[in-house]
Design a protein around this ligand. Sequence first.
Ligand code: ADP
Ligand code: GLC
Length: 497
Amino acid sequence: MAKTVSHPAKNNKILFAASEAHPLIKTGGLGDVAGALPAALHDLEQDVRLILPAYREAMQTIGDLKVVSLRMQNDPHPLRLLEGQLPGSGLPVWLVDSPRHFDRAGNPYLGADGRDWPDNAERYALFARAVSAVALDQMGLAWRPDVVHCNDWQTGLVPALLSLAPARPASVFTIHNLAYQGVFTTADYRRLGLPAELWTVEGLEFYGQAAYIKGGLAYADMLNTVSPTYAEEIRTPAFGCQLDGLLRRRGDRLVGILNGADYHEWDPERDRHLPHHYSAASLQGKAANKTALQRELGLPRAPEVPLIGLVGRLVEQKGVDMLLAILPELLQQPVQVVILGSGDPAFETALLTLAGHYPQRCQVNIGFSEGLAHRIEAGADLFLMPSRYEPCGLNQIYSLRYGTLPVVRRTGGLADTVTDWTAGPDRATGFVFDAAAPRALLDTLLRALQLYRDDPAGWRRVIGNAMACDYSWRQSAKAYLDLYQQAMTHASAGKTP
Ligand code: ADP
Ligand code: GLC
């Protein structure tokens, strides 16, 4: 983790650019981070503005928006900047409004057919140009940031474009997931009029194509990823997604800062999605949530049967193939398994088919439901995250707070946040396995089920340890302040990375 500063150094102006932010629009953990970290920075007396594309859902959620800027000299499409507030925190939000690109229903990245929107290269080039224009105070807002904080490939072009400006703010790029790279063709690159001088092996070029993520990795003043372990892993070929060489070269600019949890949203004592509230001191509410969840999902009401939950994107990263491999054997046990997610259609179908064979024991919900995600966190006894890799992972952090013991693979942020049962009853917070193999997952689950059955007192102690963990954003936000400081030092030294 980056060295933290004890006090906010000064009131920095921070432009925080992301492609999703809860509660405006969310597909995964990036949305949670972009909805919570800017607010935590604001609480540390920073002047933070969040900037997002003006997706239809985001505009509808904010409701009260005003036009604050209108321009784009060289662009064929007019561009408006809308201003509003992030519901809940009141943080200022700017939405980059180009209806042709963003005013559409559904997922920000995918069409109804589950494929990437065909114009994603253009959509996120336009977004990056708008963010750069705001960063250089070219949009008439009379506000110039000290730091631009970019997140994932959708904002990767921003540090690259800024590197061409004679006087520019510092840039920080956060890698939430190295496997998503925003790779587009040379033809796209040329058609979009992106600067020829950025088309180099050290720059955006990636095996003959353009990778937007490289704009962040190669040009940002400082880089980070969302856990200390993933920050190490991505320097190796096994996790580096063909970018490990670049990351090793920029190794002195790369740190790991663990994500936090937004306990205003994710706390069983006040979670607005739960029928019953509870705390470590009084767990009856947890049992009541379990019964309510069983009723909601049409499972037998069985307080004594261990309930295993999983919420997440159904993609290879999350180890869904391993889960599919063990489910038939796991479901021979007296258990209930509840799954909420969407993603790869083959995984969706396979899970639904399996669940169809075990209607009393396995319930699969395909789709996205914020409320049900919270109710699974509260109602389950165990939470499954057998990820092949996991930059940070938020659901295991939420699970700890909900006393829903996580079963995780020792990788990335999962390794940094969950302590295995073998550490003993004073320290354990869950169950951790090493090999990315179905057998290892099943053995660990069986070990957990045995503890649940045979040692209720031991189980409650682990719940107590888990619920006592504190991953609130404040500490991590301070680490980001330190990162911004380093970025500003490098930027003012005047060297383009
Ligand atoms: P990732 O960002 O890789 O998807 P994280 O664990 O960091 O994984 O964050 C996932 C976030 O998205 C959590 O808030 C989780 O509850 C939420 N989420 C994922 N899938 C769904 C779904 N189908 N319905 C509701 N929430 C979901
Ligand atoms: C990514 C990662 C996840 C991380 C999230 C927020 O989607 O897959 O591990 O928690 O971003 O940083």
